[in-house]
Write a protein that binds this ligand. Structure first.
Ligand SMILES: O=C1O[C@H](COP(=O)(O)O)[C@@H](O)[C@H](O)[C@H]1O
Length: 243
């Protein structure tokens, strides 16, 4: 799968290492083509990373006016809802860094789920001006059930081979989410997972070491020849047999 493991002793070290990776990727992208396009993850894990990146004491920060923010997935809720990935990133990072609204590309959840997915795909294609969609960095988390972005077990999006954005119906929760497809994520220059805590250890083992089964372990869909970076703490890595 081209996995690059970065295992740290503590949660704080994992966050620090990934912040360093983010900043390096950002500075390199800006030096290379003038801007840094990053797709953020949502859920419970990344908030501390975003707060750390926004911390004024943090070293070697990129020129934030040259960073463009997207979302790998979103809950089908208003931007003011506590479950909104956009709201979480805004409060944890955008506000503190005074990011201009023109640099932030949230999913427009005022549409129907299918409409929001289509509109977001159009937004992304427009940003890349009709050229191939290649984000400089896609950040991802991992759910206890081995989902990433909103690529959930046993959902049709797992078999979508288009570089696109789709709505995802979660039968058990009776809600929609909107998610980039695996091919859109896999086209990125860099992909980095942030996973910490013992609760994720079994999922990490399934995704990285079990036989291929994308229906059960959708994060196995995320692969790159150049390697996918996994930033883990020792608790999340504790069930790995090969470290
Ligand atoms: O990549 C992602 O992963 C999470 C799962 O992370 P968790 O920390 O909430 O368990 C997912 O739900 C999130 O929306 C996504 O961006």
């Amino acid at each position: 799968m081209g996995v690059k493991l970065n295992i740290s002793a503590t949660e704080a070290e994992v966050l620090d290492n990934l912040a360093g990776f983010f900043i390096k990727a950002g500075n390199e992208a800006i030096a290379d083509h003038g801007r840094f396009s990053v797709s953020l993850s949502g859920g419970s894990s990344p908030k501390k990373l975003y707060e750390l990146l926004a911390s004024p004491a943090y070293k070697d920060q990129p020129d934030w006016s040259k960073v463009d923010f997207f979302f790998g997935d979103e809950r089908n809720v208003k931007h003011t809802d506590k479950d909104s990935n956009y709201l979480m990133a805004k409060t944890a990072m955008f506000d503190a860094l005074h990011i201009d609204g023109k640099q932030v590309f949230p999913v427009d959840t005022s549409y129907s789920p299918a409409g929001a997915a289509k509109a977001y795909a159009d937004t992304i294609n427009g940003y890349f001006e009709g050229k191939p969609v290649v984000f400089d960095l896609v950040l991802l988390g991992l759910g206890d059930n081995s989902h990433t972005a909103s690529l959930f077990p046993h959902t049709p999006i797992l078999h979508d081979d288009t570089v696109s954005v789709k709505e995802v119906w979660l039968e058990d929760q009776q809600v929609y989410r909107i998610s980039m497809t695996a091919p859109m994520i896999n086209a990125a220059k860099h992909i980095a997972f942030l996973v910490y805590g013992e609760g994720k250890a079994i999922a990490v083992h399934h995704v990285l070491e079990d036989a291929a089964d994308i229906e059960e372990y959708p994060a196995q869909l995320i692969r790159k020849d150049g390697g996918v970076q996994w930033f883990l703490d020792t608790a999340a890595a504790s069930k790995l047999e090969n470290k």
